[in-house]
Design a binder for this molecule. Structure first.
Ligand code: PGA
Length: 256
């Protein structure tokens, strides 16, 4: 059975002091946590070093929200995969829809970033998802299959085994409108089937596919108990310890 992975995408929220407070609150609530779920937090770059020291000896793992496709050099404002591993980051979100929308990231660039992340030993959380227009036009499946093909281009089977996919319908992100559990599960099945066709059924059966988009304390149980939903990428609700913990608990219960 696949382990559930619940990851908090803090986006451009929480300065270094607020980071320390939120981690302290999370740790307090995790005292009796039995480790049934993998927990990741992805604070902004400026908080990563401090977060790493504050999560020591806790079940929380550290991720970044983005990285460069380059190793080093004259790329003002960028952060490399090597810089992330040097501070103990294990995960990195790649291709979030906000990066696609506001920073014009393409499947091709996302593919290059995934390859770089994997070559440095980071675990990419690769985001895909259709926009509202695409959903309304009834082309969700076409968009998803195009994105899966694009982001996984020329990745070897051994590499695909090391990444996670997050299905995040863009119309559900930060809007309070989540996909219904059945709707989301159907897309997850589609992704799994496609990965199975490109690679193998063994690989697709092991692939962790998270759902993201207005997951909260109320809807987490229903979403996380679907057959093909293996966790969540949580934005807004990851900024409050109570709400994030409720989702983690729902993941633990859904894991049985
Ligand atoms: P949300 O964000 O939970 O606030 O909708 C999810 C995400 O963007 O990863």
């Amino acid at each position: 059975m696949r382990r559930k992975v619940v990851a908090g995408n803090w986006k451009m929220n929480k300065n270094i002091h607020e980071t320390a407070n939120l981690i302290a609150e999370l740790r307090e609530r995790m005292k009796d946590f039995k480790n049934q779920v993998d927990i990741v937090i992805c604070p902004p770059y400026t908080s990563l070093v401090v977060a790493k020291s504050l999560i020591k000896d806790s079940p929380i793992k550290l991720g970044a929200q983005n990285m460069s496709q380059y190793d080093d050099g004259a790329y003002t404002g960028e952060i490399s995969a090597k810089m992330l591993t040097a501070i103990g980051c294990q995960y990195v979100i790649i291709g979030h829809s906000e990066r696609r929308q506001f920073f014009k990231e393409t499947d091709e660039l996302i593919n290059a970033k995934i390859k770089k992340a994997l070559s440095e030993g980071l675990t990419p959380i690769v985001c895909i998802g259709e926009t509202l227009n695409e959903q309304e036009a009834g082309i969700t499946d076409k968009i998803i299959t195009t994105q899966v093909k694009g982001v996984l281009h020329e990745l070897k089977a051994a590499e695909v085994e090391k990444l996670l996919i997050a299905y995040e319908p863009v119309w559900a992100i930060g809007t309070g409108k989540n996909a219904t559990p059945e709707q989301a599960n159907q897309v997850h099945k589609l992704i799994r089937k496609q990965v199975g066709q490109i690679y193998s059924w063994q690989i697709s059966e092991k692939l962790i596919i998270q759902y993201g988009g207005s997951m909260n304390a109320q809807n987490a149980s229903m979403l996380l108990s679907q057959t093909d939903i293996d966790g969540g990428l949580i934005g807004g609700a990851s900024l409050k310890a109570d709400l994030f913990m409720a989702i983690i608990q729902a993941g633990a219960e859904a894991s049985g």
